[in-house]
Design a protein around this ligand. Structure first.
Ligand code: GLA
Length: 394
């Protein structure tokens, strides 16, 4: 049973505030929340200046926090063993092995680096965002911390600035070369909408996503696997895309239009290995626009085949799927899903399936049975309903 389902007060600001009190001997100055996300479509496009379409999950990270005058950090998590992590003032440098605490410490570091007047911090975190599931638990943690610091120190930062600082923490302090999607989703998503984000200029549109009103639902299938090669392989894909863009003489692969794809592929014949990467990015940006057109037309069912085509592209061209994700997708489709694909970075983590309400149980049961038959751990399956982005809860 996950920790948050254990006996005792449910996940919420009262419990997180009480836990803060138990750790630090006084109550917090406030409690802030930031959600995990799933991405409906637009995968690996964010570091190519392309388009993404995430939505916030109801799963959140809560950050109870208080300022400190000595500049030191004391960081505690209800989800990690090992007690309080203390970082004295002046000891905050990238690359230190702080484990989970590198994420909140990195946010403080990024803010100080940016010249923001951020002093010390006492922090306690509780999260219901599954970790290692491709659902952006790291971004939830970073953005909850960033919003808490914004509140504690009266920084008045905008949502995208918070996301940028959170991404900088992850890139430069933790050392993960992620794009901007996850932190922006945690900061800017709104209830009832998916967020269409142009990752070049960071303009966004809230796209109404009323699946319930159409008798549909978006199932999330967490395969519970995460392959060790994930981080290096992500960086390799990113480097391959950047190499291709340089060779094609464009700032980013976003600049290759769908109609220009055949010429671009011809121009890349000597650059071994990158052609499938380019094909994925260019077709994926196109699929995001096609999905948006279906949603704007009030025809969400018609988005299903585009999701499935996106999975094929991630599996065959971008090569970031794995046996468990493929099994989840293939089984969901065979059991009647309208569309299904892996979501997030890949190499394990989660898939999403667009299903008729009436087919939910059949699809869920079929996936569970297929995983058991293949000898995989039981997947976690739940329905994603678009929730709010980061906000203060107490
Ligand atoms: C991870 C990264 C994101 C994005 C996705 C793939 O979630 O953190 O920036 O690149 O993978 O779309």
């Amino acid at each position: 049973m996950p920790a948050h389902e254990a006996a005792g007060p449910p996940h919420g600001p009262a419990r997180t505030g009480a836990a803060f009190h138990a750790v630090y001997g006084a109550g917090p100055a406030g409690v802030w929340a930031a959600p995990g996300r799933v991405n409906l479509i637009g995968e690996h496009t964010d570091y190519n200046d392309g388009f993404v379409l995430p939505l916030a999950l109801p799963h959140t990270t809560l950050a109870a926090a208080a300022p400190r005058t000595d500049g030191a950090l004391r960081l505690h998590s209800g989800d990690a063993p090992g007690g309080v992590v203390e970082v004295p003032y002046g000891a905050l440098t990238p690359g230190r092995d702080l484990g989970w605490a590198a994420y909140p410490a990195g946010v403080v570091w990024a803010m100080r680096e940016a010249g923001l007047p951020v002093g010390g911090l006492d922090l306690h975190l509780d999260s219901t965002v599954p970790t290692g599931a491709g659902l952006s638990s790291s971004a939830a943690l970073e953005v909850a911390t960033a919003l808490a610091l914004d509140g504690l120190y009266g920084l008045g930062l905008g949502r995208q600035e918070l996301a940028r600082l959170a991404q900088r923490a992850e890139n430069a302090f933790v050392g993960v070369p992620c794009g901007i999607m996850d932190q922006t989703a945690a900061a800017r998503c709104t209830t009832g909408h998916a967020l269409l984000l142009d990752t070049r200029d960071l303009t966004a549109r809230q796209v109404p996503l009323d699946l319930t009103g159409h008798g549909l639902r978006l199932l999330v299938i967490d395969t519970r696997v995460r392959h060790a090669l994930a981080d290096g392989a992500y960086a390799e894909r990113r480097a391959g895309c950047e190499r291709a863009a340089r060779h094609l003489g464009v700032p980013a692969l976003r600049d290759i239009g769908y109609g220009q794809l055949p010429d671009a592929l011809d121009a890349l014949t000597e650059l071994s290995g990158v052609r499938p990467l380019v094909r994925h990015i260019v077709t994926e940006n196109h699929r995001v626009q096609e999905v948006i057109a279906r949603l704007d037309a009030g025809e969400p069912r018609a988005a299903g085949p585009l999701l499935t085509a996106g999975h094929a592209s991630l599996r065959d061209d971008f090569a970031v799927s794995c046996a468990e994700l493929d099994l989840a997708v293939d089984t969901a489709l065979a059991a009647g899903a309208l569309g299904a694909r892996m979501t997030g970075g890949g190499f394990g983590g989660s898939a999403v399936a667009l299903v008729e309400d009436a087919a939910e149980q059949e699809v869920t049961a079929a996936v569970r049975t297929a995983f058991a038959a293949a000898g995989h751990a039981a997947p976690r399956v739940f329905t994603a309903r678009p929730g709010p982005g980061a906000h203060r809860v107490a």
